[in-house]
Design a protein around this ligand. Structure first.
Ligand code: CP
Length: 308
């Protein structure tokens, strides 16, 4: 089972507080390793890990690969676009073939919600969710929480606004589950038709006025507006979205408020966030990226490393 209460890392919805705390605590140790001249430890020597990406990724994919290599694991990368999936091979056959090569862990990103749970039935290996459709992105949720913890020294009672297309965002859902489990207060903000009905049942508030949310929050997690949703009625125009919900230079200047700005990436500069804000002193966006490596090292170590 490893050092967490779960064999796999599939979601933050069912992850207990003790696991989330342990992942953050252990990530601090690995964050320190990443600052050393030699950024490598032998913790997962001899362990085999495959990164299965059925969807594009920059941060998550590189971050997992780096985390695995920093822990001295043997790594295989699989990309759907250059595989026999293009010749019609099924996901099940693909995964079973990969698994017969004796993998200890499979990291998967897939466009279908629930695909990672399904994968646990095909393989006798530890499965980690790198984003399954609009469901969850739990390692992003963990790195966001670690970044907030690093900045504020606590999560309990922290006021976090999540802004954007909540309905289609796996990052939002993992943040909601993780932050509420850790005792933070969460307010969602975005166009009304992009906020799921009844989401308050998850223990969060909804406020459609971004200026009120900025006044209230200690930190804002600004979500990417998915351009593929524009022009199909969900987001009428970039300009309108920016006017109502954009974290613009002008809006931040008007508020004159110390508030931490986060973004999971990839960013649409000039749409949901202005460059002046994204590159400014309030933003911790690049800290999130480095913390992502530490958090993924932590999760891999706790699931695959020696029992403590
Ligand atoms: N934050 C995030 O998941 O980015 P990628 O899609 O580049 O992995």
């Amino acid at each position: 089972m490893g050092n967490l209460t779960r064999e796999h890392f599939l979601d933050l919805e069912t992850a207990p507080r003790q696991d989330l705390q342990k992942i953050i605590d252990t990530a601090y140790t690995f964050r320190e390793v990443l600052d050393r001249p030699i950024k490598k430890v032998p913790s997962l020597t001899g362990r085999n890990i495959v990164n299965l990406f059925f969807e594009n990724s920059t941060r998550t994919r590189m971050s997992f690969e780096l985390a695995e290599k920093r822990l001295s694991a043997d790594v295989i990368n699989f990309s759907a676009s250059s595989s026999s999936l293009t010749k019609g091979e099924s996901l099940k056959d693909t995964v079973q073939n990969i698994h017969s090569m004796k993998m200890d862990a499979v990291i998967m990103r897939h466009p279908t919600p629930g695909s990672v749970l399904k994968l646990t039935r095909f393989v006798d290996a530890t499965v980690i969710n790198a984003g399954d459709g609009t469901h969850e992105h739990p390692t992003q949720g963990m790195l966001d929480m670690m970044s907030l913890h690093q900045k504020f020294g606590r999560l309990k009672g922290l006021k976090v606004g999540i802004v954007g297309d909540i309905l289609h965002s796996r990052v939002a859902l993992s943040n909601i589950f993780g932050l509420t489990t850790m005792g933070a207060k969460v307010t969602l903000c975005g166009p009304p038709h992009l906020i799921p009905r009844g989401v308050e049942d998850l223990g969060v508030r909804v406020d459609y006025n971004i200026d009120d949310v900025i006044d209230w929050a200690d930190a804002l997690n600004v979500l990417r507006i998915q351009r593929e949703r524009m022009g199909v009625g969900l987001i009428p125009s970039v300009r309108e979205y920016r006017d109502f919900f954009g974290i613009t230079a002008e809006r931040m200047k008007n508020h004159k408020k110390e508030i931490v700005i986060m973004h999971p990436g990839p960013m649409n500069r000039g749409v949901e966030i202005d460059s002046v804000v994204a590159d400014g002193g309030q933003a911790i966006i690049l800290d999130q990226v480095l913390n992502g490596v530490a958090v993924r090292m932590s999760i891999l170590y706790l699931l695959l490393g020696p029992n403590e």
